[in-house]
Structures are given as structure tokens and as C-alpha cells.
Design a binder for this molecule. Structure first.
Ligand code: G3D
Ligand code: MG
Length: 191
């Protein structure tokens, strides 16, 4: 009998790369995620690595490699195994929005994260004058730069936790989709 049983593959773990300029709110976000879910902290090696079990059989690993100038050179080393990019923006810091946008553009040009989905966190929505999700979408030219991948702009406030559950949900969905598509591609190549 030529019956073949192929078990649907279950994605168990995904790597989330967290980027953004210094003081965008990355550390605060990771800290906040910690209270929402079961959290495992790993020893840090000059950057933060944290794991969240979002369900019994799924873990998100967050790599917060820091946004300082000297750390930015390291970003590309983390891109290879990334399943989703979580890009954090201080929506209230108009002075540095352009700098942040340029960094974002540079990252997306990297061949190793071609098609990797992006969740942009428009953080610090509590501050006066913060750009809303639509304005951040336009300012960061999301439609242009992310035309080849899934993307979403999520407004949030890391201090109150507003928007974070939605962000985690979105990042999980995107990362799972991406992992599956990667697996399919590998399988096709092998046969
Ligand atoms: P980073 O890890 O991206 O460098 P941090 O950024 O998480 O260290 O945050 C930088 C500063 O922004 C911190 O303030 C933090 O409390 C603040 N911050 C983070 N998210 C929000 C937010 O949603 N709203 C407001 N109002 N502030 C936020 P300090 O004063 O500790 O430097
Ligand atoms: Mg930090």
C-alpha cells in the first residue's frame, strides 16, 4: 500500500529578534512580558535573552541585543535564525524618528531576513504628541519596505502594558507561519 502518513509539523519554538534604538523601550517591554506568561531568563552575554512559554508547547525566545551604536554592528549576526522581527519605536521622540527609520531600512535590506515578518511596536503611546499607528506606518514607509513579508504596526505602552497582549499574539502567529513556510521550503529542497 502506498499510503503515506505525514504528521503535520508542530512549531515548538521561535526566535524573535527585538530591535530599536536605545531607550525605545525594549527592556521595559521584556520585563512587562514577564508578568504575563511563564518566563525563563537565560544568562545574558552582553544582551538580554528571554524565553516566554506562550502556551504549553510553544516558546518564544526574545533576543534584545540593544540599540546602542556599538551594538548595532552585531544585529546582523542575529538575523540568520530569526522567525520574526519586533521593532520598537519611541513614538514620542520626534527628534530620533528619522534615525530609527534609517536603521529599520538598513535591517530590512539584509538578505538573511528576507521575508521575515515584522511587528512594529509604536511604543510610548501614553506620552503627549506620540505618533499613532497610522502615522508610524507612513513615516516608516511600511508598505514599501515590507511589501515582501507580513507586517503589522501595534500601538502600545510598555509602562501600562496596553497593547502588549495583542503584540505577543501577532508575533506568535507571524513567527509560526514563517517557521512553517521555512520547513516546507526545506522539505521541497530535500526531495
Ligand atoms: P531600551 O531597552 O530600548 O533601551 P528601556 O529602553 O526599556 O530602557 O526604556 C527607556 C526609557 O523609556 C525608560 O525610562 C522607560 O521607563 C521608558 N519607557 C519605556 N516604555 C515606555 C512607555 O510606554 N511610556 C513611557 N512614558 N515611558 C516608557 P527611564 O526614565 O528609566 O530611562
Ligand atoms: Mg535595554
Amino acid at each position: 500500500m502506498g499510503l503515506q502518513h505525514t504528521k503535520p509539523s508542530r512549531v515548538k519554538q521561535a526566535n524573535i529578534l527585538m530591535l530599536g534604538l536605545d531607550s525605545a523601550g525594549k527592556s521595559t517591554l521584556l520585563y512587562k512580558f514577564r508578568y504575563k506568561d511563564h518566563f525563563i531568563t537565560m544568562p545574558t552575554i552582553g544582551f538580554n535573552v528571554d524565553m516566554i512559554e506562550t502556551s504549553k508547547d510553544f516558546t518564544l525566545t526574545f533576543w534584545d541585543v540593544g540599540g546602542q551604536e556599538k551594538m548595532r554592528k552585531l544585529w546582523s549576526n542575529f538575523l540568520e535564525d530569526t522567525d520574526a522581527l519586533l521593532y520598537v519605536v519611541d513614538s514620542s521622540d520626534k527628534r530620533r524618528l528619522e534615525e530609527s527609520r534609517r536603521e529599520f531600512e538598513l535591517i530590512l535590506k539584509n538578505e538573511s531576513i528576507k521575508n521575515v515578518p515584522v511587528v512594529m511596536l509604536a511604543n510610548k503611546q501614553d506620552l503627549p504628541g506620540a505618533l499613532n499607528a497610522e502615522e508610524i506606518t507612513l513615516r516608516f514607509k511600511m508598505k514599501k519596505y515590507c511589501s515582501d513579508r507580513n507586517w503589522y504596526v501595534q500601538p502600545c505602552c510598555a509602562l501600562t502594558g496596553e497593547g502588549l497582549a495583542e503584540a505577543l499574539q501577532r508575533v506568535t502567529t507571524f513567527a509560526k507561519q514563517y517557521s512553517r513556510s521555512k520547513e516546507t521550503f526545506t522539505t521541497l529542497k530535500e526531495t
